[in-house]
Design a protein around this ligand. Structure first.
Ligand code: PMP
Ligand code: GLN
Length: 422
């Protein structure tokens, strides 16, 4: 197998459904309540819009380019995790698990929160297993937000946030993070809060920027949430993927926050199994109860044999978690060097799967056009950052590259990207 072959067309990572622009007449006629025509769900012609990740993975599959677009690793997670899941299937763990998740996994999530952060959620009432972090976020938005409510998110924002806020009938208000530092500007969060604000939907480490909120930034979030008596949902799926010795600090550990914070995470990134979709949410019992009420009618349950396997993986020694972060940090450094050599300006992420680079110094002002042409120009696929923005001009020439690939794949991508140098 050559260095790049497993990254181009992964079964089930969007390559198969990507690029589908299916016309649905009922949607165009606006029967799909008030979300019909919403920018994040339908395109300008009324067709169902595929996500940018599906589109770009399809482009990679079509062209054979190295796929640094959609964030998924090209190596498997720990062998013990894979073996445990296979053994569970063979042992007959194949029917519906309990609605809140198998007790073993809920206990393991609670113990993980205690071991790493000193939080002590009750596995019976304060932990819920979900179909990925995505379902936890969707269910929380549907549970707490509706027409007339505003949800405050950092901009750029993960695509599902915008879509799920719209599905809930609520409105997003955004707080800009600016390339290349991506720090929260003092006062910017407070300025986005109004009488209709229902929730802050936070994300740190942050996709797509890789920014890790500093203690001062987290303190500002906590201060604003407390002052305005707001609910916070914090998406911490990259909690173990931090670089340069940074610790992960869950927002729920800050004074005054435990009672108003729902913490969301997932096995996908931590254990390199993004297709398993085992996620979870923890927080105060009444808030978790509300999320459960919605969740039971979204998927009801999922992933029976994966749940006990993830439970055991959460108890792996700390070295495992450190090793994953170390490999990604090396990937960040390797790709950053390649992008700098190619002539990009590069932001230095503190964590996650991603690096954001500015193509303007290379003469490319339109990141979307560049990404669509990048397979031809350099045999690489990436994602334009402007799709995560309301203020698209702020990110016009910015491009996100995934670093969660094997060193030989990143080396080849870096070599190819040098073709862009002018
Ligand atoms: N939140 C963020 C910030 C993400 O990048 C992702 C991407 N996988 C998710 C949520 C979704 O996680 P899951 O696959 O567990 O639903
Ligand atoms: N979280 C992944 C990313 O940002 C994509 C997941 C998806 O395809 N929805 O690349």
């Amino acid at each position: 197998m050559d260095a790049t072959s497993t990254t181009t067309s992964p079964a089930g990572t969007g390559a198969g459904d990507g690029g589908v622009r299916q016309r649905v007449p009922a949607l165009r006629r606006g029967r799909w309540r008030d979300v019909a025509g919403a920018a994040n769900l339908l395109d300008s012609t009324g067709a169902v819009a595929p996500t940018v990740f599906a589109t770009m993975s399809a482009l990679a599959a079509r062209t054979g380019a190295i796929n640094l677009g959609q964030g998924f690793p090209d190596t498997d997670g720990p062998a013990s995790l894979l073996d445990d899941a296979a053994a569970a299937i063979r042992a007959g763990v194949n029917q519906y698990p309990p609605g809140r998740g198998v007790p073993e996994l809920r206990r393991a999530i609670a113990e993980h929160q205690r071991r790493f952060y000193g939080l002590e959620p009750d596995p019976e009432t304060e932990v819920l297993v979900t179909a990925g972090a995505t379902e936890a976020i969707a269910a929380a938005l549907l549970a707490f937000c509706g027409a007339g409510d505003e949800v405050v998110v950092l901009e750029p924002y993960y695509d599902a946030y915008a879509a799920c806020i719209e599905l809930a009938g609520a409105t997003r208000r955004t707080v800009p993070l600016r390339f290349p530092g991506y720090e929260l500007e003092p006062g910017a969060l407070a300025a986005a809060i109004g009488p209709r604000t229902r929730m802050i939907l936070l994300n740190s480490p942050h996709n797509p920027t890789g920014h890790v909120l500093s203690p001062a930034e987290l303190a500002e979030v906590a201060e604003v949430a407390t002052r305005h008596d707001l609910l916070v949902v914090t998406d911490e799926v990259y909690e173990h993927l931090l670089f340069d010795g940074r610790p992960h600090v869950p927002l729920a550990t800050l004074p005054g926050m435990a009672g108003r914070t729902l913490t969301v995470s997932s096995a996908g990134k931590t254990f390199s199994v993004t297709g398993w979709k085992i996620g979870w949410v923890s927080g105060p019992a009444d808030l978790v109860e509300a999320v459960t009420t919605v969740k039971q009618f979204l998927t009801y349950v999922n992933g029976a044999p994966f749940q006990p396997a993830v439970a055991r993986a959460l108890a792996l020694p700390e070295q495992h978690f450190a090793d994953v972060a170390g490999r990604l940090q090396a990937g960040r450094d390797q790709l950053t060097e390649g992008l700098l050599e190619a002539g990009f300006t590069v932001s230095r992420p503190g964590g996650t799967y991603f690096v954001v680079a500015d193509a303007a110094p290379l003469g490319y002002d339109d990141g979307m056009a560049l990404c669509l042409d990048l397979p031809r120009l350099a045999g690489v696929v990436a994602v334009p950052v402007r799709v995560f923005h309301d203020d698209q001009a702020a990110a016009a020439s910015l491009v996100r590259f995934a670093v969660c690939k094997r060193p030989e794949v990143l080396a080849e991508a870096a070599r190819r990207l040098r073709a862009l140098r002018r």
